[in-house]
Design a protein around this ligand. Structure first.
Ligand SMILES: [Zn+2]
Length: 163
């Protein structure tokens, strides 16, 4: 069997960015339902057609990964919105990751870049935006997804949803 739409894939992987190891599957392969947008597009498309036991080594350019870095996603916010009872929240400091809610009520995660007398500058880009992603690993498992898994859009059983 080869990896294609509606297969459940167990994959060992290591992710390197700028020559640094950022993430890896470790002892247990990562399990996902292929062809349902669970993984970044450039990852799924490059695994397509591989078989169990095959090794892979490829680069996913930023545009097929977490997107290009967007200058417009850097925002200067009034410091007032971070005040709690007139004091700066202790959760707000340079490098802190914060979840805010935008005007449409959607949660947005950003990182505090700098804090001035009256403004807090935040970067809402994904931390891997603009980065090329280097993946290496091997294919541990491939099986046909059940019709229930396809309907739910996720994997059931070990490594997936237990319900
Ligand atoms: Zn389910």
């Amino acid at each position: 069997m080869k990896i294609g739409k509606d297969t459940v894939v167990g994959v060992n992987y290591e992710l390197d960015v700028d020559g640094q190891k950022l993430d890896a599957s470790g002892d247990t392969p990562l399990t996902y339902l292929h062809g349902h947008g669970m993984m970044i597009p450039g990852f799924e498309s490059r695994l397509e057609g591989l078989s169990i036991g095959e090794n892979y080594d490829f680069m996913v350019p930023a545009i097929e990964g977490y997107g290009e870095f967007n200058e417009n996603a850097i925002a200067e916010l009034e410091k007032e919105i971070f005040l709690i009872d007139g004091n700066m929240s202790t959760e707000v400091f340079e490098g802190a990751q914060l979840q805010l809610t935008n005007q449409d009520g959607q949660p947005m995660v950003g990182v505090v870049k700098s804090i001035s007398d009256d403004k807090v500058t935040m970067d809402f880009n994904h931390q891997l935006a603009g980065k090329d992603l280097h993946f290496t690993g091997s294919i541990a498992e491939i099986r046909k997804a059940t019709s229930e898994e396809i309907e739910h859009g996720h994997v059931h059983g070990p490594g997936g949803h237990q319900h």
